[in-house]
Design a protein around this ligand. Structure first.
Ligand SMILES: [Zn+2]
Length: 278
């Protein structure tokens, strides 16, 4: 039997090398985002990528969000980007949060693979949990009121965000930048074994996040393995640039959809706070 190497295929060692070339060393601490889909050219798939990340870094964390736990009351606070009657009717489909609950597939396959790795831990937020390796201390910083505290802790520790793949899910670090500037946040509810839990500090829409790319050219380290992009951005710089931009332009990184309930509510809250100041 002959085996033929498929064109452009790469595996663990190639990923490891690319991670080294973007500057990751054994003591690096990272938040990893993506990819949405793992190309067939990656030998070993998500497991190979996870193993390379764990071998390159002291700490790897990833969002392990579980949107499937979300439930809605029949009525609730206004300007909360919820159609209560409709959302509440759909709430019968919700799942109880538990540490073993599968990560939402909207985050791509990597976080679920990381969560299942030997030595992995997961924080206990019923919607916005994080998972990771070498991550116990970082993840302990999370609370119901401060869901993105692990990213803050990682930034303070000199960490980076590593974005993988050509069409990755949203860079959740930008949600922390939004919170730091006081941008409007939302309230969501989660089904837990202890009952329905109110979760404040829920972020808005991330569809406009791509606009930050042009402001990051000076701080981004980028390599490609085959056609697979591997990008490192220092977290502290990313957060400072994003927060600075939002302070300067309250519309920064909002999406272009005029019917987006999140971005509409953020714009409205901005106008109201302007009117309050004037
Ligand atoms: Zn939007």
């Amino acid at each position: 039997m002959t085996t033929r190497k498929s064109a452009g295929a790469f595996g663990y060692r190639d990923i490891l090398l690319a991670l080294r070339r973007i500057g990751l060393e054994g003591d690096s601490r990272i938040l990893v985002i993506g990819p949405s889909l793992i190309p067939e050219t990656v030998r070993g798939g998500a497991a190979a990528i996870s193993a390379a990340l764990a071998a390159s870094c002291k700490t790897v964390i990833a969002p392990a969000f579980t949107y499937q736990t979300m439930v809605y009351p029949a009525e609730g606070p206004p300007d909360n980007a919820v159609d209560y009657p409709e959302a509440s009717a759909a709430s019968v489909e919700a799942d109880f949060f538990r540490p073993s609950l599968r990560v939402s597939p909207l985050l791509g396959p990597l976080p679920e693979t990381l969560r299942r790795m030997e030595g992995a831990v997961r924080s206990g937020h019923p919607i916005l949990s994080f998972t990771g390796i070498g991550a116990q201390e970082i993840l302990e910083s999370q609370s119901l009121n401060e869901p993105f505290a692990p990213i803050d802790a990682l930034a303070k520790a000199g960490g980076d965000v590593v974005v993988l793949g050509s069409d990755p899910p949203a860079n959740v670090a930008l949600h922390l930048a939004e919170q730091r500037t006081g941008r409007k946040q939302f309230i969501r509810w989660a089904l837990t074994p202890e009952g329905v839990m109110e979760c404040p500090g829920f972020p808005g829409c991330s569809r406009g996040f791509g606009a930050i790319a042009e402001k990051l050219s000076g701080i981004v380290q980028r390599r490609k393995v085959g056609s697979f992009p591997v990008v490192r951005i220092p977290l502290r710089d990313l957060l400072n640039i994003a927060a600075g931009w939002i302070r300067q332009d309250p519309q920064a990184m909002l999406c272009a959809n005029p019917d987006c309930p999140f971005c509409t509510a953020v714009r409205k809250a901005g106008r109201e706070s302007d009117a309050g100041r004037g």
